[in-house]
Design a protein around this ligand. Structure first.
Ligand SMILES: Cc1ncc(COP(=O)(O)O)c(C=O)c1O
Length: 496
């Protein structure tokens, strides 16, 4: 007799084991030889579409084992591999293998981490993960928070908490129309695009953003920040939020956080740190000074799927007084029976953020933190920084490369043909075009994956090392690849 109702979606225990073992074999072989594969196949969307085919929605099912071999082939042989040691693009980390296993376990139990009663152990694990993340970067464990899908959401979650905290209490009922003065906010001009999305989506409009210029070190110019706040107050505006960046997306610069904190204190403004990329580096003892002021932040965004090497997706919002999250996100519809049933108050994560039903994204972070400990992470992050510095130094030493910036684990550089060593304006236009084409060729070529940054109007190649597989040897090889391809493109352009 069948144990459960007979359905086409159940997999028998024997089949599950067989396919599961096969899948694990395939995955472990893939990880073991990932460095032998191209970083990307460079296939066009059209080619990918051809490989995938154009089948109609299947009317009937197919055997699971055939489905798995087909799917493994599609994904393992036609994807961009950010787990490859020579993937240094954007800020997407190499995924920690333990994360893949943790996701399998999480999906098997499938707790709904929106409410404690639906996810007793998973809620407790998420709470501990948030506490550990706070501890990791050196803020008190009293900071509360929530795991979200990534950096955009971590920053959005904090943005709205800031608004609730600083707007009149009537905001919930009246919206923005009764705020005395237009609510305005401040951020360095290097801030990631999330800020524009937030201002637009949450009804402030992009004109509410004061983009503060940067100083000679590419940090937010805090004198201009201060003057802009004063001018706004004089003009009847209502400043409410200042964003400082701890590792800007293009070049990894950390703002002068303690100076921003002091300004926020003077004017009673919410101080948010976008540390989506860089804040894990605050755990490195030698970098403590760089992150001074972090303890004064009202909120911090931090992405385990960036520099803690968690597989996508997982970001985190940390808030000094987590009550602000509850004030912003909590609601109590009659059909929720999640509160006040016990003597102990329950932690219900749906009250801390945007989502109701929530997956168990904490598990992969929680397990990785225990697999390597704080010490293991500090070592890996420090090594990423060392390797990035080596990238910069190698570029600085090479006569055909110009090293542009190096901060945290991000290096920017560009290819400069020998005869273009002299400065002139025409040269800049040519070098920008040359380096843009070079980047495009490199990205398609599959030997290395870099992204770009524009620094002082120079189009640069950019390598961000949030990759525990990248070695110094990879960097030496990458330098060679850049030179070889740079020469080729220069040659081609000269013949035009
Ligand atoms: C500083 C910073 N903030 C926010 C984000 C957005 O993160 P996500 O892509 O996870 O939404 C990024 C992404 O690179 C970032 O570097």
């Amino acid at each position: 007799m069948k144990k459960y109702r007979e359905t086409p979606i159940e997999i028998t225990k024997e089949e599950f084991k067989k396919i599961g073992y096969q899948l694990i074999d395939t995955i472990s072989d893939f990880i073991d030889a990932i460095d032998k594969k191209p970083v990307t196949t460079g296939e066009t969307p059209g080619q990918i579409q051809n490989i995938l085919g154009d089948a109609l929605l299947p009317e009937f099912g197919m055997p699971v084992s055939a489905l798995f071999s087909k799917t493994a082939d599609l994904l393992l042989n036609h994807s961009l591999l950010n787990g490859h040691p020579k993937f240094l693009g954007y800020i997407t980390s190499s995924p920690a293998p333990i994360g893949a296993l943790a996701d399998l376990l999480a999906a098997t139990v499938n707790p709904n981490v929106g409410a404690n009663i639906l996810s007793p152990m998973a809620t407790a694990i998420e709470k501990q993960t948030v506490k550990w993340l706070a501890e990791f970067i050196g803020v008190p464990p009293t900071y509360g928070g929530i795991l979200v899908s990534g950096g955009n959401m971590a920053n959005f979650t904090a943005f709205l908490a800031a608004r609730t905290a600083k707007a009149p209490k009537s905001l919930k009922e009246d919206g923005l129309k009764n705020t005395p003065g237009e609510m305005v906010l401040y951020c360095p001009k290097t801030t990631h695009t999330w800020i524009e999305k937030a201002a637009v989506l949450f009804g402030h409009g992009s004109k509410s953003i004061r983009w503060i210029p940067t100083d000679a070190y590419n940090k937010m110019n805090n004198e201009i920040l201060l003057q802009t706040i004063k001018d706004d107050i004089k003009n009847g505006k209502k400043p409410f939020l200042v964003v400082g960046t701890a590792g800007d997306v293009s070049t990894g610069v950390v703002d002068n956080l303690s100076a921003i904190a002091a300004i926020c204190k003077t004017y009673d403004l919410w101080f948010h740190i976008d540390g989506a990329y860089g804040v894990p580096a605050a755990a490195i003892p030698e970098l403590k000074n760089l992150f001074e002021g972090i303890l004064d932040a009202d909120s911090i965004a931090m992405d385990p799927h960036k520099w803690l090497y968690a597989p996508l997706e997982v970001g985190c919002t940390l808030v000094k007084n987590p009550q602000h999250l509850i004030d912003t996100y909590s609601s109590h519809p009659v059909y929720y029976n999640f509160s006040n049933n016990d003597e102990e108050p329950a932690l219900n994560y749906y009250e801390y953020g945007f989502q109701n039903s929530r997956g168990f994204r904490a598990l992969k972070v929680w397990m990785a933190l225990q697999q390597v400990g704080k010490k293991g992470y500090v070592e890996m992050i420090s090594d990423d920084i060392e390797i990035s510095k080596l990238f910069f130094e190698k570029a600085a030493m090479h006569p055909e490369l110009e090293a542009i910036t190096q901060n945290l684990s991000i290096t920017t550089l560009r290819y400069v043909p020998l005869e273009y060593a002299q400065n002139n304006e025409a040269k800049e236009t040519y070098l920008n075009s040359l380096n843009e084409q070079l980047l495009n060729e490199l990205q398609k070529g599959g030997e290395v994956f870099l992204s770009n940054a524009v620094v002082s109007e120079k189009y640069c190649l950019r390598g961000c090392i949030v990759n525990f597989r990248t070695s110094k040897k990879d960097i030496e090889e990458i330098i060679e690849i850049i030179i070889r391809e740079g020469r080729k493109i220069h040659e081609r352009l000269r013949k035009k």
